[in-house]
Design a protein around this ligand. Structure first.
Ligand SMILES: Cc1cc2nc3c(=O)[nH]c(=O)nc-3n(C[C@H](O)[C@H](O)[C@H](O)COP(=O)(O)OP(=O)(O)OC[C@H]3O[C@@H](n4cnc5c(N)ncnc54)[C@H](O)[C@@H]3O)c2cc1C
Ligand code: FES
Length: 504
């Protein structure tokens, strides 16, 4: 079994260089996922000088670890959007997401991108009678949102369901192939793309200056296309970071179902789809088991649960891939897209939950319109400074504070050990010595790696993630390697290496 995403394994390596000198551009984009690359392409096509700075490789963040489904509805369900806002807002969300899917489809056709893009039906399935009333309510919300929706009593799957909500003409693709191919088009349009170029400091002002190890980029505008914006931003108090798990299996029968299938079984939700790799191999993907970042130690159980779930419903021959990835939920169900600082021209695109291939594309459309001075029908809807007219300000703030308090209440302020000798090989623990907290990991060879356990973002204490061998922050989702290097999240500075007072 490979411990990586199917998309990543099925993609050819890209070979953009690292930044080696100082640049001056109209727009600097931090992050080369679907959001950053789409924005880079749109802005370069419109004549702006643009540079995309990517810490890893194009599509190497969450984009390359997603499911590759494109749908006009949202994962949290349309009824929730309506309850938090109103029917008009719900319709605007669906219209904007439909436009983003069309943008992807048009791009695929314009550049003949081989990314397995297909229009497919989307289905929400209830596995028991208990969940059918929720399905019925969502069906009504879909109709009110102008979607052509149906309720079916069966679905093309080898297990029994009680009902299915179906919407035709949604889509699926390979998100990695799409983003990589679009990066090549962006470059042709004049957008500079740099890989293995982490931005280590952002100085906001007029102009903005982005610092990397080997050069700076000076820019009139900056887009944080990093999934969660970098550095300390007010929006982080309104974002909930979650990790979710995926496996890709092969089936004995060879009957791989076509389409997007979301299943509800009590409180558990799963997403199922098939994919044919570039070499013609078929796979069935199943995703689920979400939890708050930094709140689960024994993550291996999440993969086992997924395997148990899918083996009970399909004739699984083998599990070929497993991976996990992160998403950020907003406090009011809608992402935050737009300027956070008009004066210095700083833009963010975050809070996509698990709907961000579509929302990321939409964010790129909105932000590029804002930068180009074009009208965009949805810029106000997703404005990071929006106010929710249906809720009193007090309730809105209370709800958002509650989101933050939920994270805080489970935070392990207590260190797990007082001595390094308590750490077994291949184990990580927070050790407190003389009032200082160490994030210490002993590798399989017995060598100890210790860094500060204090998150460099806003000073929460990191937690050990056994499955990923990483230090994860429960507050806003920053993750770090055992040597302290930032993997993802809002932190921009690595956890400093710590000299152990002793190795006991
Ligand atoms: C398990 C899972 C399944 C999902 N499935 C779907 C789906 O089916 N459909 C859907 O619409 N959405 C899905 N999503 C959500 C979607 O994948 C994301 O919302 C989307 O990929 C976000 O794209 P992005 O470009 O904004 O972020 P990313 O793809 O994460 O790109 C951000 C980039 O910024 C880079 N970066 C970070 N820090 C720095 C730095 N300091 N300097 C330079 N670069 C930096 C990262 O390396 C990364 O490549 C899923 C999410 C998860 C977790
Ligand atoms: S991610 Fe914000 S404090 Fe760690």
């Amino acid at each position: 079994m490979k411990k990586t995403s199917l998309w990543k394994d099925d993609a050819e390596a890209s070979s953009y260089g690292t930044l080696q000198e100082n640049w001056n551009v109209d727009v600097a984009i931090v992050g080369g996922g679907i959001t950053g690359i789409t924005a880079g392409h749109l802005l370069a096509k419109a004549g702006k000088s643009v540079a995309v700075l990517e810490a890893l490789q194009v599509g190497g963040g969450t984009t390359g670890f997603s499911t590759g489904n494109l749908y006009s509805i949202v994962g949290e369900q349309l009824q929730k959007v309506r309850s938090k806002f109103d029917t008009e807002t719900m319709r605007a969300v669906v219209a904007s997401r439909t436009a983003a899917i069309e943008q992807i489809e048009n791009t695929v056709h314009e550049f003949a991108i081989a990314c397995d893009f297909h229009r497919r039906p989307w289905r929400l399935l209830s596995e028991t009678q208990d969940d059918t009333s929720n399905l019925q309510k969502e069906y009504e919300a879909c109709l009110d949102a102008g979607l052509e929706a149906y309720i079916d009593s069966a679905a093309p799957l080898p297990f029994t369901i009680s009902a299915a909500l179906r919407i035709e003409n949604q889509a699926q693709f390979n998100p990695m192939q799409y983003t990589k191919a679009l990066a090549a088009q962006a470059q042709k349009a004049g957008c500079a793309v740099f890989e293995h170029t982490p931005v280590i400091r952002i100085q906001e002002g007029s102009p903005n200056i982005l610092y990397t190890a080997n050069g700076t980029v000076t820019a009139g505008k900056v887009i944080h296309a990093t999934h969660s914006p970098k550095g300390v931003k007010a929006v982080h108090a309104l974002l909930g970071p979650y990790r979710e798990y995926a496996i890709a299996v092969k089936l004995n029968s060879g009957n791989y179902p076509e389409g997007i299938f979301w299943t509800i079984l009590g409180t558990s939700h799963h997403s199922i789809r098939s994919y044919t790799s570039r070499s013609g191999e078929n796979y069935l993907l199943v995703l689920g088991e979400p939890h708050k970042v930094g709140h689960k130690k024994d993550n291996e159980i999440c993969f086992q649960n997924l395997e148990t779930y899918i083996r009970a419903r399909f004739d699984v021959k083998s599990v070929e891939y497993h991976w996990s990835a992160q998403n950020y939920k907003s406090a009011d169900c809608l992402p935050y897209i737009g300027a956070i600082n008009q004066k210095s021209g700083v833009y963010i695109a975050t809070g996509f939950a698990t709907d961000g291939l579509t929302y990321g594309t939409l964010a790129a459309m909105i932000i590029s319109d804002l930068i180009l001075g074009n009208e965009n029908p949805w810029s106000k809807l997703y404005d990071p400074h929006r106010r929710n007219p249906l809720k009193s300000a007090g309730r809105f703030i209370k709800e958002n504070v509650q989101v933050f308090m939920d994270y805080m209440k489970d935070m392990p302020y207590q260190a797990e050990a007082k001595r390094f000798s308590a750490i077994m090989p291949d184990e990580g623990k927070v050790v407190e010595i003389k009032g200082e907290k160490f994030a210490a990991y002993r590798d399989e060879a017995g060598e100890l790696h210790q860094v500060s356990a204090v998150c460099t973002h806003m000073k929460c204490i990191v937690n050990w993630n056994e499955e990923e061998k990483s230090w994860d922050c429960p507050c806003h989702g920053s993750r770090f390697k055992v040597d302290g290097q930032v993997i993802e999240g809002p932190a921009i500075i690595n956890l400093p290496k710590m000299e152990a007072y002793n190795q006991q």
